[in-house]
Design a protein around this ligand. Structure first.
Ligand code: F6P
Length: 343
C-alpha cells in the first residue's frame, strides 16, 4: 500500500521522530511511504518525496520537520476537496497520516467524515492543547527549554534585585506557563484560562519583597489576558488566517508593574526558541510510539481516528474530538500553585 504523510501547522520538536517511525514500520510491513512537502500545499501541488529507511536516517534527534509545514488546507481552495480526492486516486494512496495540531486534525476529521478519505491523525503541539490525549509530543521539550531559561533568569534577577517578566507560548491554554512556572519557582504565573488583575500581580511581588526577597519571576503565557476593562489594553494585529498575532503581553505589563511597584523590571520573550531544536528523550519516545501506532491504525483500516496517550497507553480516538475544542489547563492545579507559591 502507498501511505502518505504530511506535517501541518506550527513545527514542533519530535515531528521528524514520528516520520521516521512511520517509515520504519511501514517498510517492515511492505508498504511505501510518500512524504508531502509543506503540508496540504505539497499534497495538492503533487510535491512529494518517497521516504525510505535510508533517507530518514539520523532524524530522531532533529528538530523541525524535514517535510516542511504550512497552515492552509484543502478547505481554503475552491475545488480543494475534489483535488484531494483525485490526488488519493492518482497516487493510489491507501491512507494519509496527518501529523498536526487542532487545525490540521480538524481538517483531517472533516475530510474523513465529509469525503470518506482514509486519514489517521497524530497530535502534535508544544501548547499541549489537543483534546483526547493526555500529552502531545513537543510539549515536554518546550517546558524544559522554558524552565532552563527561568533557572538562568533567577541568578541575574537576584544579582540586580529585579523583576523578570518571562513570556512563553500558549495561545489558548497555559500549559507551558503553568508547568515551566511551577518547575522554575515563579512568583506569579499568568495563563489564558484565568484573566489577570495587574493590581494583584503587583501585590504578590510586593509581598515577596516585604519578606526580603528582592528578585521575582513572572511567567506569562502569550495568550494571557487582563480582566475586562483593566490594563493593559491589548490590540493584536491579525495573521492571514484571522488569528491574533500574539506576542508582546510581557512588554505591555512590564512598564505597568514598574510604575506601580517602583521595582526594576526586565522582559524576556522566549518565543520560537521553545519550538526549535532537538526533542527531549521523552518526546522522542512519545513521537516514536505515535508514529508506530499510526501505522497500526492504517493496517487496521481504523480511519478518522488519531493516536493518543492515555495514562501510559497509546489508544485511538475520533479525530473529530478536536473540532472546536481546546484542552485547557487543570484549574485546580493552577489554584493550588497560586495559593501556595505565588508571592
Ligand atoms: O501552535 C503553537 C504556537 O506555538 C502558539 O503557541 C503560537 O501562538 C503559535 O504557534 C505561533 O506560531 P507562528 O509564529 O508559526 O505563527
Amino acid at each position: 500500500m502507498n501511505i502518505g504523510v504530511l506535517t501541518g501547522g506550527g513545527d514542533c520538536p519530535g515531528l521528524n521522530a514520528v516520520i521516521r517511525a512511520v517509515v520504519r514500520k511501514a517498510e517492515k510491513g511492505g508498504d511505501r511511504v510518500l512524504g508531502f512537502r509543506d503540508a496540504w500545499k505539497g499534497f495538492l501541488g503533487n510535491d512529494y518525496v518517497q521516504l525510505t529507511t535510508d533517507n530518514v536516517r539520523g532524524l530522531l534527534p532533529r528538530g523541525g520537520t524535514i517535510l516542511g509545514t504550512t497552515r492552509g488546507s484543502p478547505y481554503d481552495v475552491g475545488d480543494g476537496i475534489e483535488r484531494t480526492r483525485r490526488q488519493f486516486a492518482n497516487l493510489n494512496l491507501g491512507a494519509l497520516v496527518v501529523i498536526g495540531g487542532n487545525g490540521s486534525l480538524t481538517v483531517g476529521s472533516r475530510l474523513y467524515a465529509e469525503a470518506g478519505l482514509p486519514i489517521v491523525g497524530v497530535p502534535k503541539t508544544i501548547d499541549n492543547d489537543i483534546v483526547g490525549t493526555d500529552v502531545s509530543f513537543g510539549f515536554q521539550t518546550a517546558v524544559q527549554v522554558a524552565t532552563d531559561a527561568i533557572d538562568r533568569l533567577h541568578t541575574t534577577a537576584e544579582s540586580h534585585d529585579r523583576v523578570m517578566v518571562v513570556e512563553v507560548m500558549g495561545r489558548d491554554a497555559g500549559w507551558i506557563a503553568l508547568m515551566a512556572g511551577t518547575a522554575g519557582g515563579a512568583t506569579v504565573i499568568l495563563v489564558p484560562e484565568r484573566p489577570f488583575d495587574l493590581g494583584r500581580v503587583c501585590e504578590h511581588i510586593e509581598r515577596r519583597h516585604a519578606r526580603g526577597r528582592f528578585a521575582s519571576i513572572v511567567v506569562v503565557a502569550e495568550g494571557a489576558r487582563p480582566l475586562p476593562g483593566t490594563p493593559p489594553d491589548m490590540d493584536y494585529a491579525k495573521d492571514q488566517f484571522g488569528r491574533d498575532r500574539l506576542g508582546g503581553i510581557s512588554a505591555a505589563i512590564a512598564p505597568l508593574i514598574e510604575e506601580r511597584t517602583g521595582y526594576d523590571v526586565r522582559v524576556v520573550q522566549i518565543g520560537h526558541i521553545q519550538r526549535g531544536g532537538t526533542p527531549t528523550a521523552y518526546d522522542r519516545v512519545l513521537a516514536t510510539r505515535f508514529g508506530l501506532a499510526a501505522v497500526d491504525a492504517v493496517a487496521a483500516r481504523d480511519f478518522g481516528k488519531m493516536v493518543v496517550l492515555r495514562g501510559a497507553t497509546i489508544e485511538r480516538v475520533p479525530m473529530a474530538l478536536t473540532q472546536g475544542n481546546t484542552r485547557t489547563i487543570d484549574l485546580s492545579l493552577y489554584d493550588e500553585v497560586e495559593s501556595v507559591f505565588f508571592g
